[in-house]
Design a protein around this ligand. Structure first.
Ligand SMILES: [Zn+2]
Length: 157
């Protein structure tokens, strides 16, 4: 098992501060944080998609760019997990904090309820980025460090 710190270190450096601010505020409101996922390579994402096609395809997940984390939270005897009801998540205040920090909460995704997921990808950016990677890196694109790319300043995407 990787520590929270190790997992946070694989986030894209451009956006890491957003997640640190979010987690700091969540912790200050009394929650214990257990990060379960952060960056995944495109190859790892494709393997997940093969196992279960409700998982995004490689290149289409915010995790492939280091722009997402999955977390469980605990406070006293209460724990917030993937199967926890949406109402309980909302009462925790955590989705509200995410929104205030500029993150999207996976519990409000229309097609797939994913309340442990928080990301900072908007407007279908992953599709554009995936096309850019294929064009730039060709067949080997799924093994590159796609969390290290400076997406905000990358042209032609
Ligand atoms: Zn996720």
């Amino acid at each position: 098992m990787k520590t929270n710190e190790q997992l946070l270190d694989t986030l894209n450096p451009q956006k890491k501060a957003l997640f640190l601010e979010f987690l700091k505020r969540v912790q200050e409101s009394g929650w214990n944080i257990i990060i379960t996922q952060s960056y995944r390579t495109i190859k790892e994402q494709n393997d997940l998609h093969t196992l279960n096609n409700s998982n995004a395809m490689g290149g289409y997940s915010a995790h492939n760019y280091g722009f997402a984390i999955d977390c469980n939270f605990e406070k006293g005897r209460l724990s917030l997990k993937k199967a926890t009801d949406k109402g309980i998540w909302i009462c925790s205040g955590i989705p509200q904090i995410a929104e205030e920090c500029g993150l999207r909460w996976g519990g409000s995704f229309g097609n797939y309820y994913d309340p442990i997921h928080f990301d900072c990808v908007f407007n279908g950016e992953t599709k554009r980025w995936n096309n850019y990677l294929i064009k730039t890196y060709g067949k080997d694109y799924d093994t590159i460090e796609s969390n290290k790319i400076n997406w905000l300043f990358t042209k032609n995407t």
